[in-house]
Structure formats: structure tokens, C-alpha cells
Design a protein around this ligand. Structure first.
Ligand SMILES: NC(=O)c1ccc[n+]([C@@H]2O[C@H](COP(=O)([O-])OP(=O)(O)OC[C@H]3O[C@@H](n4cnc5c(N)ncnc54)[C@H](OP(=O)(O)O)[C@@H]3O)[C@@H](O)[C@H]2O)c1
Length: 181
């Protein structure tokens, strides 16, 4: 991508990009990829318990870039407000894995996504909300209530996919928001 002109992007390289789930499996790769592409103003949102060492190492390798680490929890509306301030693009990767239970997946995928979306609705500066979902949600599409059969499911992947599906539906209702799933 390095040889593409900045004009092909919807934002400039110094515009603020928020990445949630920045310490996760995909999030940490995304942060590195954005920096490699010359985007130099990133805000990485982490939970206080997250291990940020890998992220800090990535930031050190990109001199001159501004990588702001913000700690909080997307379950907090105030934290979402602070995280989304001035963001031009948001990559939303934070998600509950469903490892513990369906309520865990629901809280950390659906409630968190709702909070983040609500905080974005008043943000005039936002150009794109990118919600990272999963092909696995297609397997759970048949459920009309979007959750009860998943709630009974024991499989971790079905639980987390069900929660992601509900989260994506919420995004679909936020029609005023420029978004990509
Ligand atoms: N990995 C795959 O192969 C794959 C495939 C398809 C789709 N996806 C989707 O891609 C996204 C990212 O996946 P991943 O594998 O990178 O996930 P991951 O490694 O499990 O990372 C999830 C991230 O979400 C954060 N998080 C969870 N609850 C949060 C909360 N309440 N507030 C703030 N942060 C919270 C976690 O923070 P902590 O460090 O504090 O736990 C972690 O950094 C998910 O939506 C997933 O469904 C992944």
C-alpha cells in the first residue's frame, strides 16, 4: 500500500484513528499495519488489565508516530465518550470471546458496541465506523430473537458469534453512522 497516494483514503494520515481491542490477536496486527501504511495518529483502547507490552514495542518501532494508549472499559459510557473524541475512523475489534458464558459474550460484544455507537452518534468528525465481525455469525442468522438459542448453546464459538450478530444488528439500526461491517 505504501506507494498509494493519501488522496485515495477517506482520511489523512495524521487524522486520529481509534482501535478498540488493540491488544487482541487482530488488533495488534492492525495497529502495526496502520503504522506501516503511514497513519501516524492512533489511539489504542485497552482494558487496564491488558498486557500492552507488544503494543508498546510496535509503537517504539515507528518513530514519529503518535500512539496514544487509553485505558478503560467499553462497558463504561464515559470511557466510550473519551475514546471516541475527535476520532475520524474507528476500528472496533474489542469483543467478548464467550469463554466464560453467554452473558460475558453479550456484555463484551453487544453492550460495548452499543455504548461505542451511542458515543459516536454525536461525533461530527467521524468518517467511518468499522465493526469487525465474523463469518461465523452467518451460522446463527436463523435465530429470530438473535440470542435465545445461542444462550443455551454450550459452544464458545456459537456464543460469541451470536453476540456479534446482535451487535451487528444494532449497528444496522444506526443508519446515520457511516459504517462498514
Ligand atoms: N481471531 C480470528 O480468527 C477472528 C476471525 C473472525 C473474526 N474475528 C473477530 O475479530 C475481532 C477481534 O478478534 P481477536 O481474535 O483479535 O480477539 P481477541 O484476541 O480475543 O481480542 C479481543 C479484544 O477485545 C478486548 N475487550 C473485550 N472486552 C472489552 C471491553 N469490555 N472493553 C474493552 N476492550 C475489551 C480485549 O481486551 P483484554 O486484553 O482486556 O481482554 C481484547 O483486546 C472480534 O470481533 C472477532 O469476532 C476474529
Amino acid at each position: 500500500m505504501g506507494d498509494r497516494e493519501p488522496s485515495t483514503y477517506i482520511i489523512g494520515r495524521r487524522d486520529l484513528i481509534l482501535v478498540t481491542g488493540a491488544t487482541g490477536f487482530i488488533g495488534s496486527k492492525l495497529v502495526e499495519n496502520l503504522l506501516d501504511r503511514g497513519f501516524s495518529n492512533l489511539r489504542c483502547f485497552l482494558r487496564p488489565s491488558s498486557n500492552s507490552k507488544r503494543l508498546e514495542a510496535v509503537a517504539r518501532r515507528h518513530h514519529g508516530a503518535h500512539v496514544e494508549v487509553v485505558t478503560g472499559n467499553l462497558l463504561s459510557r464515559d470511557d466510550c465518550q473519551a475514546a471516541t473524541k475527535d476520532a475520524r475512523v474507528i476500528f472496533h475489534l474489542a469483543a467478548g470471546t464467550g469463554e466464560k458464558s453467554f452473558p460475558d459474550a453479550f456484555m463484551n460484544s453487544v453492550v460495548t458496541t452499543r455504548n461505542l455507537l451511542e458515543s459516536c452518534l454525536r461525533r461530527q468528525s467521524l468518517r467511518r465506523f468499522v465493526n469487525i465481525s465474523s463469518f461465523a455469525v452467518l451460522a446463527t442468522r436463523g435465530s429470530r430473537d438473535g440470542g435465545s438459542s445461542m444462550r443455551r448453546a454450550r459452544s464458545r464459538s456459537i456464543q460469541s458469534s451470536g453476540a456479534k450478530l446482535i451487535a451487528s444488528r444494532r449497528l444496522g439500526k444506526s443508519r446515520s453512522l457511516p459504517s462498514t461491517v
